[in-house]
Write a protein that binds this ligand. Structure first.
Ligand SMILES: C[S@@+](CC[C@H](N)C(=O)[O-])C[C@H]1O[C@@H](n2cnc3c(N)ncnc32)[C@H](O)[C@@H]1O
Length: 197
């Protein structure tokens, strides 16, 4: 069951470096931050990376000057992140669906939304909104194509992503990613949403 930390922890235990781990940050960290800065992302603000895995994206965001929390509910993910990057980032072992987390100024979401069973997407986005300050930003990398594999990851179309996001966010950007890792080229798109209210 992907809803349970044991499912993910077992993959970290069995595979050491699971298939999704790129041994470094996605090149889309830079692209998404560059898109978000003119849309209200403040340099040095407080970001969270849900489902951070071994912490590559969280560490890259910290290197860009943000105050970063890397959050994952799988103990081996958090242990691996601490081992690789130490205390540059605040690591947190927690479930994203926990009611009281944050609040943060922005969420950097790479391979967490798409790891969710599609039936959980509305609740997942409700949690994203709940963990943000007023006007906070949801920055997301999503797949519109997963090469025909059963999920996770689960693909989502751009119109479907817009419709779901609009329940809680004003969509400021939604378009194809330009600088995907070669393994993912042509399959990823980027969303920036600002929390309503
Ligand atoms: C596909 S992995 C991606 C890891 C990392 N973002 C990367 O790209 O290497 C999805 C991660 O989300 C975590 N995760 C899934 N559901 C979660 C939840 N409800 N709360 C916190 N973490 C969760 C899993 O433990 C796993 O580490």
């Amino acid at each position: 069951m992907t809803t349970h930390p044991d499912y993910w922890n077992q993959l970290y235990r069995d595979e050491g470096r699971p298939g999704w781990d790129m041994d470094g940050e996605t090149p889309l960290v830079r692209e998404l931050v560059d898109l978000a800065l003119p849309l209200g992302l403040r340099p040095g603000s407080q970001l969270v990376v849900p489902g951070c895995g071994y912490g590559h994206d969280a560490a890259a965001l910290e290197a860009q000057g943000f105050q970063v929390t890397g959050l994952d509910f799988a103990p081996l993910a958090i242990q691996g992140a601490m081992h690789r990057y130490g205390d540059r980032v605040a690591w947190s072992q927690a479930d994203w669906f926990t009611t009281k987390l944050g609040p943060w100024d922005a969420i950097f979401d790479h391979t967490c939304f798409v790891a969710m069973d599609p039936v959980r997407r509305p609740a997942y986005l409700e949690s994203c909104a709940a963990h943000l300050r007023p006007g906070g930003l949801w920055l997301a990398v999503l797949f519109h194509h997963v090469n025909g594999r059963p999920g996770p990851p689960h693909a989502i179309s751009q119109p479907e992503a817009r419709k779901l996001a609009e329940a809680h966010f004003e969509v400021l950007h939604l378009d194809e990613a330009q600088n995907s890792h070669p393994r993912r080229a042509g399959r990823e798109f980027l969303v920036i949403g600002r929390k309503r209210g």
